[in-house]
Design a protein around this ligand. Structure first.
Ligand code: TQI
Ligand code: ZN
Length: 173
């Protein structure tokens, strides 16, 4: 079963914007993967998400960072913490730049130059789906199949919202 954050924090407006930290110069396929995550959550809520080029004005600020990065919660290098996102109305959406992020292309696992063996590969889309749940106000679920379940199984992508996730987000919005 899903969980809502303490105090039920949620976005008070429906049209939300997101933006990518310009200095990251993220490849298009990273941006598309994260944007697809937003559209999946949008499909089951009254919320809408739109990318904006105005980083400073965006509701949701997406960045890749290593180690200490000024948000009060340092990353830890390869594996361990992969990403974190803050409950509304913060909109901070941070990925650990030291992970070997991979983006799927069709049904093929994308090549990753940081780790050619792929032993530390982390699927960007699975992590993005989970973090967007936190950004919107969901905590962790005890339902193993849920996007909001706090464990990923190595090599298993989890990119589709489950009934539990949908019930959770619809109880909030
Ligand atoms: N990051 C943790 C997470 O997103 C951060 C965290 C710990 C957290 N406890 C929390 C966030 C309570 C909100 C509320 O869960 S993580 C997964 C997992 C992580 C983990 O890097 O450990 C995913 C990020 F466990 F589900 F695989 C994404 Cl999908
Ligand atoms: Zn989580």
């Amino acid at each position: 079963h899903y969980e809502i954050f303490e105090g039920r924090p949620r976005w008070k407006k429906r049209a939300l914007t997101f933006s990518f930290l310009p200095q990251n110069k993220l490849p298009d396929n990273y941006k598309k993967t994260i944007a697809r995550g937003f559209s999946k959550w949008q499909a089951v809520t009254p919320l809408s998400f739109r990318e904006t080029g105005s980083y400073s004005k965006a509701d949701i600020k997406i960045g890749f960072y290593s180690r200490e990065h000024g948000c009060g919660h340092a990353f830890d290098g390869v594996l361990g913490e992969l990403a974190h996102a803050y409950a509304p109305p913060f909109g901070w959406f941070h990925f650990d730049n030291d992970e070997n992020w991979v983006v799927h292309q069709g049904d093929q696992l994308g090549h990753n130059s940081k780790d050619p063996t792929m032993l530390t590969a982390i699927d960007l889309e699975s992590v993005a789906m989970h973090e967007i749940g936190h950004l919107l106000g969901l905590g962790h679920s005890v339902d193993r199949n849920a996007i909001m379940f706090p464990t990923l199984t190595y090599g298993v992508r989890k990119i589709e919202l489950q009934k539990d996730d949908v019930d959770g987000i619809q109880s909030l919005y």
